[in-house]
Design a protein around this ligand. Structure first.
Ligand code: PLP
Length: 370
């Protein structure tokens, strides 16, 4: 049997061997980074080197990087600890933003999958209380890139602060936190080929963080708990690598576009969600009308191909993806959407295998429908 094809990078990217080595070395070295003896100081150095690498990846000040237990925690900290009287979030945010404040007001998106800046301006005209606005940089399911700089400009004009979930964007497209203009950002190591369970909250003002986790004074009092030195070391190494390989990542768009063309040639009724908007180079949400996502994922898995039906973060539950719902996609079509996400190990041959498998499935289901 031929090797498995992994096309689920937006769920978790395979770990770079160098990042795995950094984790391994830090684990073996051991020690608590708060200890003042030599092994403790060595652990501290690993953390600070990683902090600098993460800061470099997104053009931030290392002092503003709070290392967290992942993107979910960073989003929770930004939203729950903002102190804002009013929270506005886009309808297509990740659940770690949406669930962080159940009273949040929802900003609509256009049928193309982007947050509408006019809707934000309108929301401010109706209520002038101090607000936090959360808009992601790239959507995890469709890959559609959001107008964060424009959103930040409008929000700041109205005295609001802005949090941006950059978990899916960092390491896939250039991310310059200074020019995007948000006040905070969330990052996650495992989306960049680092280990799971590590992330960062990036603050424009290093002292502006509210506390989510209480305890010791780690992370300059902004995130209590003994640091995950090994995970952080792996995150730092992955951040260095993806920062150096952004051009290679951009090249994935050619493979992705070819895949989409071939799919549409097999079935002119198949369509790509958000195809007309700027998207991450690696992401494609493909609708195969008449064939439910779960059936597609299972059939492709039997062919050795790993893809996902919308967000993988909700542990195997198959629901209508709320992102597609927010874009106004018809329920019956939304149930048939498959997320294909490419990454650093993806080859042209793997895309060929995916297309053949997808086309076989299409033929089988078309016969059943007919
Ligand atoms: N934000 C986005 C856009 C994501 O895609 C994810 C994970 O899928 C997260 C946040 C959560 O990150 P983590 O898995 O590190 O908690």
């Amino acid at each position: 049997m031929s090797a498995r094809v992994y096309l689920d990078y937006n769920a978790s990217a395979p770990v770079w061997p160098e990042a795995a080595s950094a984790v391994d070395e830090a684990l073996r070295a051991g020690a608590n980074a708060s200890s003042i003896h030599a092994p403790g100081r060595a652990a501290r150095t690993r953390i600070e080197d990683a902090r600098e690498a993460v800061a470099r990846l997104v053009g931030a000040d290392p002092a503003g990087i709070v290392l967290t237990g992942g993107g979910t925690e960073a989003n929770n900290q930004a939203v729950r600890c903002s102190g804002a009287e009013r929270v506005l979030v886009s309808a297509i945010e990740h659940e770690s933003v949406l669930a962080a404040d159940e009273a949040a007001e929802i900003l609509p998106v256009t049928p193309g999958g982007t947050v509408d800046p006019a809707a934000l301006a309108h929301a401010f005209s109706a209520d002038a209380r101090p607000a936090l606005v959360a808009v992601m940089l790239a959507n995890n399911e469709t890959g559609v890139i959001q107008p964060v700089a424009e959103i930040a400009e409008i929000a700041h004009r109205h005295g609001a602060r802005v949090h941006c979930d950059a978990v899916q964007a960092a390491g896939k497209i250039p991310v310059d936190t200074a020019s995007l203009g948000a006040d905070s950002y969330a990052l996650s190591a495992h989306k960049t080929g680092g280990p799971q369970g590590v992330g960062a909250l990036v603050l424009r003002d290093p002292d502006a963080a509210g506390r989510l986790i209480h305890g010791g004074g780690q992370e300059r009092g902004r995130r209590a708990g003994t640091e995950n030195v090994a995970g952080i070391a792996g995150f730092g190494r992955a951040a260095e690598i993806v920062g150096e390989r952004l051009e290679d990542f951009a090249g994935l768009a050619a493979l992705r576009d070819r895949m989409e063309e071939e799919i549409r040639a097999v079935d002119p009724e198949a369509w790509i969600v958000g195809a007309d908007a700027p998207r991450l180079p690696n992401t494609s949400m493909v609708v195969m009308p008449g064939c439910e996502s779960a059936a597609q994922v299972i059939a492709l898995d039997l062919d050795g191909i790993a893809v996902s039906a919308g967000s993988a973060c909700s542990s195997g539950q198959v629901r209508i993806p709320y992102v597609l719902d927010a874009m106004g996609v018809d329920d019956a079509e939304a149930r048939c959407a498959l997320r294909v996400s490419l990454g650093w190990r993806t080859t042209s041959h793997e895309i060929d295998r995916f297309v053949v498998s997808w086309a076989n499935l299409r033929r089988r289901t078309a016969r059943r429908v007919a």
